[in-house]
Design a protein around this ligand. Structure first.
Ligand SMILES: *Cc1c(COP(=O)(O)O)cnc(C)c1O
Length: 429
């Protein structure tokens, strides 16, 4: 018997009393591969991508997956095979996408602190565009390109100064942020870049923040960007593509972000009205392509009832799931056993779900009603983005294993760290 899927997560549902990702039982995977275990739905990733593809149908558009959201090779392969480009932020990410089979010409390189070595490697690989973030970077990139006898394709990241109305740590398009070039400096910066022999101007870009759940910030940013394109082109500098960045939110806790296709229907209406409908468009979605495609399965180690608080201590921790510790983020947590899910939601013990790491910041969920005991397994939902890619070995904990589910089949895409993996490269005195 199949129960309705978890809200916002059509590929995750209870079947025969057990939580499944597509056609695979999470309990079975946890028994086979151990916990904590990340499990991703390929169908969910492709469905999220399809929403953007529908939104852009008939347009000249390139979707570049912002791979910092989840940079595991198996995940990158899914997007490379689907024809995606990639937005990278380091030479390490460049090496990963090339390994995963990406077409370098569809790679764009963002980030405020690219090193000369990274610039050289990206020029060597033949990436499609450098998204330049400061006037100083323009001169350095020009010098590196000239020294290699190459010309670097660039876009300038503009800070449109719009409020994305999200958490301050993931808001990037406001004046006080370290990202991009101020709106007022944009034209002068383009004019300077156009005068340099090692640079070829191909576009303009922005990225205003992350986990954005409203459409107004996008519409406002688009207007600001198009105003700039008009003034830059009036100065004789053609802009071939306009890149609107990423940032679309997902449903973590009843959040209601616009659907990608609905959002783009509105944005394209504006583009058309302003005469930019035929321009090459780019976007850099990260979270919205992978966030709700993944769960982290964890086992309850101990229940620790207390006078002020009850704790449910699990074997996943802030090193696996850093978002709550970093920005008080919310992840829904449900038992794999549907009977416990039903029982917990009516008369569970209210507890904080915490990991074994020696930090008070090591919590995964607060005040959650749960009817579980030691040995039961839980799924931390919406764990596909900014979890494994931000994970660490803090407390000398191994990085978790990862599984990609495809229908009834599963692929182990990352083996759990061994202690030899963790100590590799270290030397005794
Ligand atoms: C992080 C980032 C993205 C992706 O953001 P999401 O919120 O995950 O969609 C896109 N572009 C740039 C420049 C980024 O830094």
């Amino acid at each position: 018997m199949t129960s309705p899927s978890i809200p916002g997560q059509p590929h995750i549902h209870y079947a025969d009393g057990q939580l499944q990702v597509e056609g695979c039982s999470l309990d079975g995977l946890a028994t086979e591969f151990g916990t904590p275990l990340f499990v991703y739905s390929k169908a969910s990733m492709l469905a999220a991508l399809a929403a953007y593809q529908r939104g852009f149908s008939g347009r000249n558009a390139q979707i570049c997956y912002a791979m910092k959201a989840n940079s595991s090779l198996g995940v990158l392969q899914v997007f490379a095979q689907a024809g995606c480009g990639f937005d990278i932020v380091s030479a390490g990410e460049l090496a990963r996408v090339i390994t995963a089979g990406a077409d370098a010409s569809k790679v764009i390189f963002s980030g405020v602190g690219k090193t000369r070595t990274e610039m050289r490697q990206a020029l060597e690989a033949g990436i499609g565009c450098f998204n330049v973030e400061s006037e100083a970077e323009i001169d350095v990139l020009n010098a590196v390109a000239v020294s290699m006898g190459k010309c670097a394709p660039i876009s300038i990241r503009v800070n449109p100064n719009v409020d994305p109305k999200t958490h301050p740590y993931i808001s990037t398009g406001l004046k006080g942020n370290k990202f991009g070039i101020a709106h007022e400096r944009t034209l002068a910066t383009y004019q300077h870049a156009a005068s340099l022999p090692g640079l070829q101007i191909v576009g303009i870009d922005c990225h205003i923040g992350s986990q954005i759940t409203e459409e107004t910030p996008y519409l406002d940013a688009m207007d600001r960007m198009l105003d700039l394109v008009e003034s830059i082109e009036a100065a004789g500098i053609p802009i071939h593509h306009i890149d609107f960045g990423g940032g679309l939110g997902i449903d973590y806790q009843g959040d209601t972000p616009p659907a990608a296709d609905a959002l783009w229907a509105k944005l394209l209406t504006k583009l058309d009205a302003r005469g930019f409908g035929q321009r090459k468009l780019m976007i850099e979605p990260g979270r919205s392509l992978v966030g709700n495609a993944g769960v982290c399965v964890t086992e309850v180690l101990f229940m620790k009832p207390g006078e002020q608080k009850n704790f449910c201590i699990v074997d996943a921790a802030m090193n696996d799931l850093p978002r709550p510790a970093m920005y008080q983020a919310f992840h829904t947590i449900v038992p794999l056993d549907e009977a416990l899910h039903v029982k917990g939601s009516t008369n569970g013990l209210v507890c904080d779900v915490v990991g074994p790491v020696c930090e008070s910041g090591d919590w995964i969920g607060r005040d959650r009603p749960l009817a579980v005991q030691a040995g039961d397994r839980l799924a931390v939902l919406s764990a596909g983005a900014y979890c494994m890619s931000m994970s660490s070995n803090y407390n000398s904990r191994p990085k978790a294993a990862e599984i990609l589910v495809d229908g009834q089949n599963h692929h182990l895409i990352r083996v759990r760290d061994t202690m030899a993996d963790q100590m590799r490269g270290e030397k005794l005195l």
